[in-house]
Design a protein around this ligand. Structure first.
Ligand SMILES: [Zn+2]
Ligand SMILES: [Zn+2]
Length: 339
């Protein structure tokens, strides 16, 4: 099998590796069939992350199950599944408590395709080891195109979690999305409308993404104007620019909630006095996606969310070039083996 390796700024390389075999009762070996870039990968590929090459890249995919260990019950060879970005047992206190990204069985942050989370390989590789198949893998329902939901491994579900945090406190509120990355802001806008928000105001300097947001039903703005100040009970931060984060927080109404979906790789100033005056809540964190993937897949199956609108399909064998194109969600696709 081949593994796709991030070799340096704008450089991806296939490397030959030994085929994987099942080594434990709880494991599965899966074969990604639709893999896509996380917004973080876009930063990594263009040399704008702190992560030094080389490493196996990719942590969003749908895959077919190739082989399973003797004690795996939830999936069987030939099933199509979403593979969560994090590696987790599914039964420890952290996993049962809803935080599988912090699984106690792994002893440390553990996941695919990023050199901060162990060494499990990447989901752009042709075979992947899943150490806890029943605790991790989520079957894709019949009738749902795995290409559309490859991002349920991370970004698509991350946006669902962030939107729910705000709208659970303020059902039906109008939502402000302050966007500056490829997919998280658009996914958040889509989830907010599906969750019954009165409407979504989507702010993004990028005209192409504004056009997609408009198609999803959002009101779009190229920048934040002073009229946004203190207006929103639910705000989504989806930009890596600290100035955008500040503007998003200043848009909070008293009692409001801001969920920030992007990573800041260092200390970042926040307008704490203005936040204090508004009595607001701020949430940010590594997304524990596995428990939420079934709900996200159902929303897609029923047509309540539209992740396929961000997808640009590229051939598996063209990944080294295709993943570098400025697509919103380039999905590298290949045929199933066991269908
Ligand atoms: Zn990610
Ligand atoms: Zn666990």
């Amino acid at each position: 099998m081949r593994a796709l390796v991030f070799a340096g700024e704008r450089r991806l390389e296939w490397q030959e590796r030994a085929a994987l075999t099942v080594q434990g009762d709880l494991e599965a070996i899966v074969r990604p069939i639709a893999s896509t870039t996380c917004d973080l990968d876009r930063r990594i590929l263009t040399g704008r992350s702190p992560f030094a090459p080389p490493f196996d890249i990719g942590h969003e995919c749908a895959a077919e199950v190739l082989a399973i260990g003797d004690k795996v019950r939830k999936v069987k060879p030939g099933d199509v599944v979403v593979v969560p970005w994090h590696v987790a047992c599914g039964i420890c206190r952290a996993c049962v408590g809803g935080l599988p990204a912090h699984c106690e069985a792994m002893g440390r942050l553990s996941g695919y395709g990023v050199p901060i989370a162990g060494d499990w390989g990447g989901l752009f590789s042709e075979e992947v080891r899943v150490p806890f198949a029943d605790g991790m893998l989520v079957p894709v329902p019949d009738g749902l195109d795995p290409v559309a939901v490859a991002s349920a491994s991370d970004n698509l579900t991350d946006a669902y979690i962030g939107v729910r945090r705000g709208l659970a406190k303020h059902p039906g509120a109008r939502v402000l999305v302050v966007a500056g990355v490829e997919s998280l802001g658009l996914f958040a806008a889509d989830h907010a409308l599906a969750a019954g928000a009165e409407g979504v105001d989507y702010v993004d300097a990028d005209a192409r993404r504004r056009s997609v947001a408009e198609g999803l039903g959002a009101r779009v703005f190229a920048g934040l104007d002073p009229g946004f100040d203190r207006r929103y009970r639910v705000v989504i931060g989806a930009s890596r620019d600290p100035a955008d984060l500040k503007a998003a927080l200043m848009a909070l109404a008293p009692g409001g909630h801001c969920s920030n979906l992007t990573m800041f790789f260092g200390d970042t100033l926040m307008p704490l006095w203005e936040m204090y005056l508004r009595d607001v809540t701020f949430s940010i964190g590594l997304p524990s996606v596995a428990p939420h993937i079934p709900a996200v897949l159902n929303l897609a199956r029923c047509g309540h969310i539209h992740p396929e609108r961000l997808v640009q399909v590229i051939d598996w064998n063209d990944a080294c070039e295709g993943l570098l194109e400025p697509h919103l969600k380039p999905v590298m696709v290949r045929p199933r083996l066991l269908a």
